[in-house]
Design a protein. Sequence first.
Length: 156
Amino acid sequence: MATLCAGLRFSSRPAADWGCHFRFNPVHGQGMSVAAQEANLLFALLGRFDGDLLSTLAPDFLTKAENLIADPWAMSAIPDFIYPETTGVRPKDLQERLNFQKGLSRLAARDASVFQLLIEVRHLLKPLAVLDDPSIVSRIEEEVPDTLGLALSSAE
């Protein structure tokens, strides 16, 4: 299960009242990596102490943390939507994303360099956007041309 808090408005309320938390599926083992990245972020923010830390720390941290978790969030939450009982707002391009993942998995199974890149993305060593490289996308489209075409047609 994955939970993301978005659109928070910060006020003088105590942090315990914000009700925001982040969880990741253990599929790619990203929870501890994200926690370590968040700890590094918090350390950096604490190092910039400007006298009024308590009024700025939480909004700064949560805003930056949201950007930090965007890639692992996409990798862990989107596949959950294949199950009808999963609640939340499904992306309009869900089927296209799932088909992309299917093609990527097929391609990675046959191409060691794509597999290496996929592992680096899943281990948060490289951003998810590297998989949008046109040379990779065209090869993924070759893997699942029919299903990608159907997804694009049904979205129109």
